[in-house]
Ligand binder design. Structure first.
Ligand SMILES: NC(=O)c1ccc[n+]([C@@H]2O[C@H](COP(=O)([O-])OP(=O)(O)OC[C@H]3O[C@@H](n4cnc5c(N)ncnc54)[C@H](O)[C@@H]3O)[C@@H](O)[C@H]2O)c1
Ligand SMILES: [Fe+2]
Length: 442
């Protein structure tokens, strides 16, 4: 009896060993992609279509992904605002907006919806472009005096970022926003923020950051924290139809920059990459249409979706040197953010070229280009960005009358930006000076 059992155990062990040996042989001598990365791709066709993880990261890398903002999207969804507020328990909101949104009649529509539903609210319409620290601080004071329990941001990135900063000030019972600069200072849950974007650009309705101008130093600081994220993004493409052509162009290239930098930043992850590539496709094929015919609701809808995806991408990855230098220039000269990005995007891509040829080739694929090898594709992506910026009428660097004496300060601030470390090519002040010269001499 015991002999039989011993025999059976030996047979079982032999079977297991045989299986392990056969499986190992199969694993080593077949084209298992994890062991044979060097063998892939084997042809030019496969080179172009090689799986995403060779151009990016190992599929086994560890990362986490959180999207705390609920999205309600679609033409006409603005009318759902009162019911969404009720659902979220918002009773005394501050509407935070700017003069352009008041003039376009959008703020009036929001006010009418809230009044009809019986809500008490106040309006702060003093947000300036490149929102200033003083705007946030003034609005927070009003919100506190009113006893606000929620915030409704209506506008482009400027009102949405201002509202996020107001949320930080209320949550921390603080008067000044400067101490909350950086990635770790805002640590407390905020009152619910409903973000209603009216531009297709920043994606701020879905990001974890607010870009606020430090008026004492003429410098744009970033307040970054998951706590700043909106509770709800009410994304109605109809609200973007009234955006003037030049603002459509500059905000659209801002969105494209988010997607390209979100995809190529050295801290990316696969979900952010997926968002970025579809964002690039949507924006590349729709921006010119939206600029040339603002009433084209299909193009406007695709642009808003593209900017949302770009925002989700870069807030889970990061922006990089285009934004660093654009924010330095924008902070010093108070220039539109998207326009500053457009000035530098192709030149930073050229400067980064050797550090992310394959990723830029993927960008070109998302734009719809066909090419023979990755470097050719990468160059097509750079040229396509240059052509697009020209086609939508965005100006070049030289036309902005930036003093050559300021290049040094712009480069220095860019190098200190918290996103410089995310650029695929390491960037020092001297590297930024080189990019400034490339853009200026183009
Ligand atoms: N928080 C983020 O994640 C993030 C990302 C990128 C950029 N930003 C910041 O966002 C700001 C820029 O935001 P933006 O590019 O959306 O521009 P913006 O909010 O400054 O708006 C630009 C102009 O367009 C007008 N406008 C907006 N919507 C309109 C509409 N529907 N009809 C008519 N006029 C309209 C505004 O009144 C304003 O005059 C910058 O400060 C930038 O640094 C933030
Ligand atoms: Fe941006």
């Amino acid at each position: 009896m015991l002999e039989d059992e011993g025999c059976a155990a030996q047979i079982r062990l032999a079977c297991v060993l045989l299986f392990v040996i056969l499986y190992s042989i199969h694993f080593l001598y077949t084209d298992h992609y994890l062991l044979n990365a060097a063998k892939y791709p084997r042809s030019k066709e496969e080179e172009l279509m090689k799986p995403y993880y060779y151009a990016n990261k190992n599929p086994m890398d560890v990362f986490s992904f959180t999207l705390p903002t609920e999205i309600v999207y679609g033409p006409g969804v603005l009318v759902r605002l009162p019911e969404e507020m009720k659902r979220l328990g918002c009773t005394r909101p501050v509407i935070i907006t700017d003069a352009g949104i008041m003039k376009a009649g959008i703020a009036e529509r929001v006010k009418d919806l809230l009044a009809a539903a019986g809500y008490e609210f106040i309006v702060y319409s003093g947000v300036e472009a490149n929102p200033k620290d003083v705007n946030c601080e003034e609005c927070a004071g009003m919100a506190r005096a009113f006893g606000a329990d929620s915030l409704i941001a209506v506008g482009g990135g400027s009102p949405i970022d201002c509202a996020k900063a107001v949320g930080v000030l209320l949550a921390h019972n603080a008067d000044k926003i400067k101490p909350y600069e950086g990635k770790t200072a805002a640590t407390k849950p905020q009152v619910p923020l409903i973000a209603i974007p009216t531009t297709a650009g920043t994606g701020s309705e879905l990001t974890f950051s607010a870009v606020i101008t430090d008026t004492a130093n003429h410098y744009k600081m970033t307040v970054k924290s998951p706590f700043t994220a909106a509770k709800l993004a009410l994304c109605d493409p109809e609200l973007t139809v009234s955006v003037p052509p030049m603002v459509t162009a500059s905000t659209g290239v801002d969105a494209l920059t988010h997607a390209i930098e979100g995809y190529t930043a050295n801290c990316g992850e696969p979900i952010a990459d997926a968002f970025a590539l579809y964002s690039i496709e949507l924006i590349y094929h729709n921006l010119e249409k939206a600029v040339k015919n603002g009433a084209d609701l299909e193009a406007r809808s695709a642009m808003l979706m593209g900017s949302m995806l770009g925002g989700m991408s870069f807030s889970h990855s990061d922006v990089a040197s285009v934004h660093c230098v654009a924010e330095s220039l924008g902070g010093m000269y108070d220039l539109p953010h998207g326009m500053c990005n457009a000035i530098f995007l192709p030149y930073v891509m050229e400067y980064n070229m050797d550090y992310c040829v394959e990723k830029y080739a993927r960008v070109a694929q998302a734009m719809g280009f066909v090419f023979e090898d990755a470097r050719e594709g990468a160059k097509m992506a750079v040229q396509a960005v240059k052509d697009l910026c020209r086609a939508v009428g965005l100006p070049d660097f030289r036309s902005q009358n930036v003093k050559a004496d300021d290049f040094d300060a712009i480069a220095e601030r860019s190098a200190k930006n918290i996103s410089t470390g995310s650029n695929p090519r390491p960037m020092s002040k001297e590297d930024y000076l080189e990019v400034l010269r490339m853009a200026y001499d183009a």
